[in-house]
Ligand binder design. Structure first.
Ligand code: ADP
Ligand code: MG
Length: 257
């Protein structure tokens, strides 16, 4: 496996979840959490189902507001923005969700044109074609341009989904369980793509996953959400160098030892 060669500037903060709490009634999902994402970094967020990983992404994208604390994204305080400014900020964020489906009745080309036409109305036909071709090449699927989603494999559809996000040149990518439900070979393929996106598009990314092979391969740094806190932070080795019985089963399940 190729080692990444990314230099991260730890003064260049892209996202700062600053002392944030979020509850739903009596359910305290996040408790005074502090999390930073640095420029061009791939940060992996680990945690069991229902621990609040998707809630974290919704706070970052302004779909939820914190009960306490601030969410700073690209120099803006997300929880203080009005709808119009939120929309503008979201344009700079790419989302790859668990079930971000393609439009089945549209070709790959049409699926990719859709966000461009909707968000950048002043592009010419030639410019649109160029953007579509470039991003398809970026995800290694130039040959699929005229195919229908139903003719593609699960992994290829996932790639096109990521391409559809990249076509707007986001500064930040948020991947919510990008390899969920994929076979191991396809997982490897998507993990490779996540690293290629980091390198090629200079994105800063948060990758939410349960998949430790994914975490190890894409993460420059990781955090683990435990009981509403990011108690463990660091490299893969640092996170799992513990006897904490909330952490060990994660490792043991992924790498039966
Ligand atoms: N809008 C909401 N209203 C009430 N409860 C919610 C809402 N969103 C999430 N939750 C609860 O918060 C907890 C964390 O959810 P989530 O972030 O989706 O977990 P995961 O770590 O699996 O992504 C869950 O118990 C979920 O039921
Ligand atoms: Mg989730």
């Amino acid at each position: 496996m190729e080692k990444k060669n990314i230099q991260i500037d730890y003064n260049d903060i892209v996202i700062h979840v600053d002392n944030v709490s979020k509850s739903f009634g009596d359910l305290h999902v996040l408790r005074d959490v502090d999390l930073k994402l640095y420029n061009e970094e791939n940060l992996v967020v680990l945690g069991r189902s229902g621990t609040g990983k998707s809630v974290l992404i919704k706070l970052i994208s302004g779909l939820l507001r914190p009960d306490k604390g601030n969410v700073n994204v690209l120099g803006e305080v997300v929880n203080e923005l009005d709808e119009r400014d939120l929309r503008a900020l979201r344009q700079r964020i790419g989302f790859s969700f668990q079930n971000s489906a393609l439009y089945d009745s549209m070709t790959v080309r049409e699926n990719l044109e859709f966000p461009l036409v909707r968000n950048k109305r002043n592009l010419t036909r030639a410019e649109i074609n160029k953007e579509v071709e470039e991003v398809l090449e970026g995800v290694g699927l130039s040959q699929a341009i005229n195919q229908m989603p139903s003719e593609l494999s699960g992994g290829q559809r996932k790639r096109i989904g990521i391409a559809r996000t990249l076509i707007l040149r986001p500064d930040i990518m948020l991947y919510d369980e990008p390899t969920a439900g994929l076979d191991p070979i396809t997982c490897l393929d998507i993990n490779t793509l996540i690293n290629e996106v980091q390198e090629r598009y200079k994105t800063s990314s948060i990758i939410i996953t349960h998949d430790l092979a994914c975490a190890k391969m894409v993460g420059d740094r990781m955090v683990m959400l435990l009981d509403g806190k990011f108690e463990r932070q660091g490299t893969f080795e640092e996170i799992f160098d513990t006897d904490d019985e909330r952490v060990r089963p994660f490792y043991d399940y992924n790498f039966i030892v």
